[in-house]
Design a protein around this ligand. Structure first.
Ligand code: MN
Length: 507
């Protein structure tokens, strides 16, 4: 139900050369196909058939209408007959929504015994889609090309992936990320150009002084905090002493709940979809203040879909929101994570992924445990609450966006989460993964590409989602997977450097 307010529009390309009967048949076939796609149960977003377009005027009108309809998050085109592609030039120049070119055919197999010239004239996808593909290539139109019969599950799966990316893309176009405090001083990789981010990726980043957040903190009602603390105890495993209001631990949990309510209130008031925190900026002790970074709140807000980046990392906050949005309804979960420490162990060499506190419980393998421990980092070193768990095992994919100065680069790495050992002295949530194709090449390529120590991880999203995302955004993407070798990867980075210098001149 997450995407029920969105639509993908479907237009069929044809022309009037073949007469009225052909137009009627094209329309009937298109209706049947769209109905079939919607009834397949494989597509997360409803497809709406917007008719057959037979002229430049009709095409341009359809694309302009798509631009102006807030529900429309993408356009599927398919050429039933031959549709001379110069008719598409003005429409494609107008189109601002993501485009998927479906190369399919109404009939699955050739009707060998009955096929005549009328049938040939009507069913011309084989060359009509090439004509359309040519004009897209000639105009450098970014699009996903899906090839396959429309009833085939693999075809529907590919369309479904693209739809989820379109939904997240639409979500990002009015996304507001709030930075509580600034970025951590001197850190390069979490910095970047916020003007270009809004221009290219859609989202807007604002600064909010912690003093303003504290105005919300001051107004949180005691009974609301008491109720939320009860909710914590119901939702998470915990030591019995935590429930004793006489203990310091109870007070620490109570403070964490108050921090969560303050954050929720201000995010709601500002209409923000994500936020960042900074452990050096937590309010003044002579006024209202947080006793430590609001880690438990960040964990819980991430699970609900708020973007989060630690240390002011607004690019990760926005990307995590996108990851969460795309993967709604998928089974296994996602999280903001940080490369924490290395475990050299031959073929099983791996990276422990964690953070001081802020790991999303959606990736937990077991019921998270609410614990209170000392955290000695930041302006206010003190006891603080957090959810502790280890991640599920299995394959996943992690991603980050870095600012290269003249462009954004999306770096994607397939990873394999393996069973960690217990960490009795490090009570934080964590995952342990082997970057693919192995630790040496995976970590080496990531470092060569300039990847952050923060990334946005998901079990359910694959590199195909990221390929669609990079195509829609028009940003560079490099993939590190089972096929990566360091010499080829270095060559790709060097080639991309040249491509992105020339790219603007080409378009
Ligand atoms: Mn960090």
């Amino acid at each position: 139900m997450a995407f029920e307010n969105f639509e993908i529009w479907f237009v069929t390309g044809a022309q009037l050369l073949y007469g009225g009967d052909a137009v009627v048949a094209v329309d009937a076939h298109s209706n049947e196909m769209v109905k079939g796609l919607n009834e397949s149960g494989k597509l997360p977003v409803k497809v709406v058939y917007k008719g057959t377009v037979n002229s430049s005027k009709e095409i341009t009108e359809a694309f302009k209408a798509a631009n102006n309809d807030a529900k429309c998050i993408g356009m599927i085109t398919w050429m039933h007959t031959f549709s001379p592609a110069k008719m598409w030039i003005h429409g494609l120049q107008e189109l601002k929504k993501p485009l998927l070119h479906l190369h399919t055919q109404f009939n699955k197999e050739i009707p060998w015994d009955t096929m005549d010239m009328d049938f040939m004239n009507l069913n011309q996808s084989a060359h009509g889609d090439r004509e359309f593909g040519h004009i897209c290539a000639r105009m450098r139109v970014r699009r996903k090309v899906v090839v396959g019969h429309w009833q085939d599950e693999e075809t529907q799966r590919k369309i479904g992936v693209w739809m989820r990316v379109c939904a997240a893309w639409a979500d990002a176009q009015d996304m507001l990320i709030i930075r509580f405090g600034d970025q951590m001083n001197n850190v390069a990789v979490t910095d970047g150009d916020k003007v270009t981010a809004e221009q290219v990726l859609g989202y807007h980043v604002d600064y909010c002084p912690v003093s303003e957040l504290m105005e919300y903190h001051r107004t949180v009602k005691e009974e609301e905090v008491n109720a939320l603390v009860k909710e914590y105890f119901k939702a998470y495993d915990h030591a019995a002493e935590l429930e004793n209001p006489q203990t310091e631990a109870y007070r620490v949990v109570w403070n964490a709940a108050k921090a969560e309510l303050a954050l929720r209130a201000i995010l709601k008031a500002k209409g923000a979809k994500g936020f960042t925190t900074n452990f050096d900026d937590l309010g003044q002790t002579d006024g209202s203040y947080f006793d430590q970074i609001p880690g438990l709140a960040s964990q819980r807000l991430m699970a609900e879909g708020y973007g989060f980046g630690a240390e002011g990392d607004w690019k990760s906050a926005a990307l995590y929101r996108t990851v969460w949005f795309m993967s709604q309804g998928l089974p296994t979960g996602c999280s903001f994570l940080e490369d924490y420490t290395l475990n050299f162990d031959g073929k099983n060499s791996a990276i422990l992924q964690a953070h001081m506190l802020e790991v999303c419980p959606l990736i937990a393998a077991q019921k998270p445990r609410l614990e209170v421990h000392f955290l000695g980092i930041g302006i206010r070193k003190s006891q603080t609450a957090r959810l502790v768990f280890t991640s599920k095992t299995g394959n996943g994919c992690t991603a980050t966006v870095v600012d290269m100065g003249n462009r954004f680069r999306l770096i994607v790495n397939d990873v394999k989460c393996i069973e960690p050992k217990p960490l009795p002295k490090l009570p934080v949530a964590s995952a342990l993964w082997i970057p693919q194709p192995n630790f040496e090449i995976g970590a080496g390529a990531w470092i060569l590409a300039g990847g952050t120590h923060h990334s946005c991880f998901s079990y359910d999203l694959t590199k195909e989602y990221w390929e669609d995302y990079a195509e829609i955004a028009g940003i560079e993407m490099v993939v590190i997977d089972e096929n990566t070798t360091i010499p080829d990867f270095k060559k790709e980075l060097r080639m991309n450097e040249v491509y992105y210098l020339l790219n603007k001149a080409l378009c």
